[in-house]
Design a protein around this ligand. Structure first.
Ligand code: PEP
Ligand code: MN
Length: 262
């Protein structure tokens, strides 16, 4: 069992929704002691709907940085990433800024250009999720493209968020993890590999279950959706947990408590 102390915890809401929600998330994230606070401004959507706060929400990343937190955000296009970098970096002092590339928003152009932007300053960390299909060559290709874009390995983090389910899925996961492939990619690349139990699990119960499953392997941390009041969340309400639940989960993981199958 991996000791949680050395783990990276990235936590915060699925999407930025309001000033009040951000302010409360910042208080809770500081209180918890996260490594990064996730504050998503541009949401990839399966169906048309709320697409996020957009560019005007960069002020919330600045608010988080001024509060002494390290903000993390998923820009969909390089132009958005550059705006984040230009506005947040001057406010960071010794902190870090994470930009991440989501599972559903990738091609070699996005990968290389995002990496190019991330390479501008050593305080920028690039996190890259696997794509949605379970293909190791594609996953390795992502890493080759971002390295070609100039990002240094010490500023690069990988994230497993499962693959689109085909066939058996008795637990009803939103996406299915492949732990063997994940561990092979981690080993081959020597990169930090964290896990996203929120977009893999899809429900609060599954988030707990799958986070425990992940910690049977050499996972280096979690990116997890935490909302001050998940029942009113505009996006991914079913899978967001409270800050209290995050404390429970990380305590369980640190103590090596295993969730038993029902
Ligand atoms: C997210 O983390 O907000 C997200 C959209 O997840 P994924 O890219 O894994 O679908
Ligand atoms: Mn989400």
């Amino acid at each position: 069992m991996v000791k949680l102390k050395k783990q990276i915890i990235i936590a915060g809401p699925c999407a930025v929704e309001s000033q009040d929600q951000v302010t409360e998330s910042i208080i809770q994230a500081k209180n918890f002691g996260v490594d990064f606070i996730r504050l998503s401004l541009w949401k990839p959507r399966t169906k048309p709907g709320f697409e996020g706060f957009g560019e005007k929400g960069i002020a919330f990343l600045v608010q988080a940085a001024n509060a002494g937190l390290n903000p993390a955000v998923e820009p969909l296009i390089p132009e958005q990433a550059q705006k984040v970098v230009d506005q947040v970096l001057p406010e960071l002092k010794n902190g870090k800024l994470m930009i991440w590339i989501g599972a559903r928003n990738q091609n070699h152009y996005i990968q290389r250009e995002m990496a190019h932007i991330a390479a501008q300053d050593k305080r920028i960390v690039l996190m890259v999720k696997n794509q949605i299909w379970p293909d190791e060559k594609h996953w390795e290709g992502i890493i080759e493209h971002v390295i070609a874009g100039g990002v240094k390995k010490e500023n690069l983090i990988l994230c497993h968020r499962g693959f689109v389910p085909f066939g058996d899925n008795p637990q009803g996961y939103r996406n299915i993890p492949d732990w063997e492939m994940t561990m092979r990619v981690k080993e081959k690349t020597g990169l930090t590999m964290i896990f996203d139990p929120s977009h893999t699990g899809g429900t609060v119960e599954n988030v707990f279950r799958i986070a425990h499953e992940a910690y049977q392997y050499a996972i280096d941390g979690l990116i997890i959706e935490v909302h001050p009041n998940p029942s009113v969340a505009i996006t991914d309400a079913k899978q967001q947990i409270t800050w209290k639940q995050l404390r429970t989960l990380t305590d369980e993981l640190a103590n090596g408590i295993t969730v038993k199958d029902a």
